[in-house]
Design a protein around this ligand. Structure first.
Ligand code: ADP
Ligand code: MG
Length: 182
C-alpha cells in the first residue's frame, strides 16, 4: 500500500471516531473504488490517484495495491481495480462531483449501462453516512458482493466493517471471483 507523505492517519474505521482523523477536525473519511478496463488502465488509475491527491478538499490519499479482475456485470477486457481512503472536507455530493469530474478528464463515456470504461470512481463509504438518493447511494449497494471492490478495501484495512459484515469475511465469500493482485 502506498501512502502519501502528509498522511499518518493509520488504520481508520469507516466511521469518524475520535481517532479517525488526528489533527484534522471536521474531516470525513471516504473510501473510493477505482476501476478501468479501456485504454492504458494502469496509467489511468495512477493518474486518477494523482488527481485525487491534488483535488480541492481532499487530503491524505492512501491507495491499495492494484488488482486485475474479470468483468462483473460488464464486458470487455479484464479490469484493473484499486481502492483509496481519503480525508475530505467535502460533503458526499460535492465529493461525487469531484469524482465525476476526474472520470470525465480521463475520457469516461457512458454509451450504455455497465459499458467498458476508461475510468470508474465510485464512492463506497463516507464516514457512517447512509443515504439513498437518485444521484448517490451510500454505502455503495453492491460492494459487499464484489471481490473487485472488497480485495482492494481489505488490502487497505482488513478490519474495515461494512454494513453487511467485516470486509475480510465478505471477501472470503467471493473466493470464486477472479481477482489477482498485480
Ligand atoms: P456504475 O459505477 O454503477 O457502473 P456509473 O459510474 O455510470 O455506473 O454511475 C451511474 C450513476 O450512479 C452516476 O451518475 C451516479 O450519480 C450514480 N451513483 C449512485 N450512487 C453512487 C455511488 N455511491 N458512487 C458513484 N456513483 C453513484
Ligand atoms: Mg461508477
Amino acid at each position: 500500500m502506498a501512502e502519501s507523505p502528509s498522511i499518518g492517519t493509520g488504520k481508520a474505521p469507516a466511521g469518524s471516531g475520535p481517532d479517525a482523523a488526528p489533527g484534522r477536525a471536521g474531516a470525513h473519511i471516504a473510501w473510493i473504488g477505482l476501476g478501468a478496463n479501456l485504454g492504458d488502465a494502469l496509467a489511468t488509475l495512477q493518474a486518477a490517484v494523482q488527481d485525487l491527491t491534488h483535488a480541492d478538499g481532499i487530503a491524505a490519499v492512501t491507495v491499495s495495491r492494484f488488482f486485475r479482475t474479470a468483468p462483473v456485470d460488464s464486458s470487455g477486457p479484464p479490469y484493473l481495480n484499486a481502492a483509496a481512503r481519503v480525508l475530505t472536507t467535502l460533503d458526499p455530493l460535492a465529493l461525487l462531483d469531484t469524482l465525476q469530474r476526474i472520470e470525465t478528464t480521463h475520457g469516461r463515456e457512458r454509451p450504455y449501462r455497465n459499458a467498458p470504461r476508461t475510468l470508474d470512481l465510485d464512492l463506497l463509504l463516507f464516514d457512517d453516512v447512509v443515504m439513498d438518493t437518485p444521484r448517490l447511494v451510500i454505502p455503495h449497494p453492491r460492494m459487499h458482493e464484489r471481490g473487485f471492490v472488497l480485495a482492494p478495501l481489505c488490502d487497505l484495512d482488513p478490519s474495515l466493517r461494512l454494513p453487511q459484515g467485516d470486509v475480510t469475511s465478505l471477501l472470503r465469500a467471493c473466493a470464486a471471483q477472479d481477482v489477482v493482485a498485480l
